[in-house]
Design a binder for this molecule. Structure first.
Ligand code: ATP
Ligand code: MG
Length: 387
């Protein structure tokens, strides 16, 4: 079952513009995630697929047919909400089959479906229990089972794991992924948790303020973010955004840290004509994006390394996050966030220690300072290309 959004808009009756001109194509069997901060319009979008909310413009197509004004009951769509709302007075079994009974599915068909779903979800031992006696994770699986047993054509999930503690959330996340591999129902999943989106999705749609920012595979949106918002939202700890001066130097683009004017020699690479033309419009200023795991620290200065110092050290177990200063100042980034390097925890650093900071050239991104749009990315073969 494919889903298509054509110029979908949602303006609520109070005039609030929650979703702006959304165009999306979701393929059969795809696990598709809507990712973005609170209030960006994820739930509104999901509710429009379910038919619980009417778009104020545009068309919603299911398998090529216009479903924009079709009643929710006639859409064959199952939704799992953040609060799973199981009926407390009914057993797990009764909760699971209730929907099928309401839809007058014959008993001879209900029994094998119940057996299959409870086996897949590992809840076959719980069928006679009441929800109150289940753990959060077990309740979550029952809520999923209740939706899946209907064999919907589209499965909608709105932050279904957010009530679980971290461990359980990670475990249920893995179960969800396995479940989707076994039963590849077209799924639209909503979350504000980028890690969840990366782990689960075939493709991710990142939204901000009701607007689509980028659609792509987890690797796409991480490696080639369309703009600074996506770059910042995906990946943890967040990408470092440094103000730079851009010029054409010998051998290619020359970048300098805007503050202090330090040349970043590792970034001198040939650039395509398109990139040079784009950079022509930026008046020599841009924002350099570098992931914390691509920031290298050395005791000795190297070509293009920056004179740094170690600020806070945050131990994370296998790695440490190191807050860096450059030229004695920790105000280094364009967004006021700390400049962070991720290093293995067996590498010891002390607060105040002087250090030489270099940026691994294979992971550099350039953004337009004004629009935030991606200008170029340094490719693995070592040239600046359009992102
Ligand atoms: N019925 C409504 N009337 C007016 N505004 C609404 C209504 N429902 C939602 N909104 C507004 O629309 C925007 C998008 O809401 P939505 O629930 O889709 O966000 P969300 O991305 O799901 O956020 P969260 O992650 O917090 O659940 C929000 O600013 C919200 O306040
Ligand atoms: Mg929501």
């Amino acid at each position: 079952m494919t889903l298509a959004f054509e110029g979908i808009e949602k303006v609520y009756p109070n005039g609030f513009h929650a979703v702006k001109r959304l165009d999306l194509q979701i393929q059969t069997g795809e696990f598709f995630t809507l990712l973005g901060p609170s209030g960006c319009g994820k739930t509104t979008t999901l509710r429009m697929i379910a038919g619980l909310e009417m778009p104020t413009a545009g068309r919603l197509l299911i398998d090529g047919r216009d479903f924009t004004r079709i009643h929710p009951r006639d859409r064959d769509v199952a939704m799992v909400f953040q609060s799973y709302a199981l009926y407390p007075h009914m057993s797990v079994r009764e909760n699971l089959v209730l929907n099928l009974k309401v839809r007058r599915v014959p008993a001879a068909e209900i029994a094998p479906r119940l057996a299959e779903i409870s086996r897949i979800l590992g809840i076959d031992q719980l069928l006679d229990s009441k929800p109150a006696r289940l753990s959060g994770g077990q309740r979550q699986r029952v809520a999923l089972g209740r939706a899946l047993i209907r064999r919907p054509n589209v499965f909608l999930m709105d932050e279904p794991l957010s009530n679980l503690d971290l461990k359980l959330r990670e475990r249920t996340r893995t179960e969800l992924k396995k479940l989707h591999e076994r039963m590849p129902v077209t799924t639209v999943y909503v979350t504000h948790d980028q890690a969840e989106a990366l782990v689960l999705s075939d493709r991710i749609c990142i939204m901000n303020g009701g607007e689509l920012q980028q659609v792509g595979t987890p690797q796409d949106v991480y490696d080639r973010p369309a703009n600074m918002f996506v770059a910042k939202f995906v990946g943890t700890p967040s990408i470092n955004l440094l103000p730079v001066a851009v010029g054409a130097g010998e051998g290619g683009l020359q970048l300098r840290l805007a503050k202090g004017g330090h040349p970043l020699d590792g970034a001198v690479m040939p650039a395509t004509g398109e990139v040079l033309r784009r950079l022509d419009q930026t008046r020599g200023r841009a924002v350099l994006g570098i992931r914390p795991e691509a920031v290298a620290l050395d005791d000795e200065p190297g070509a293009g390394s920056l004179p740094g110092s170690v600020g806070l050290v945050e131990p994370m177990g296998s790695v440490n996050h190191i807050v860096l200063g450059i030229d004695g100042s920790e105000e280094v980034t364009v967004d006021g966030e700390p400049f962070i390097a991720v290093v293995r925890s067996n590498e010891r650093y002390a607060h105040g220690q002087p250090i030489h900071v270099s940026l691994r050239p294979d992971r550099l991104l350039l953004f337009d300072e004004q629009s935030g749009r991606s200008l170029a990315a340094l490719s693995p073969v070592g040239s600046w290309e359009l992102a």
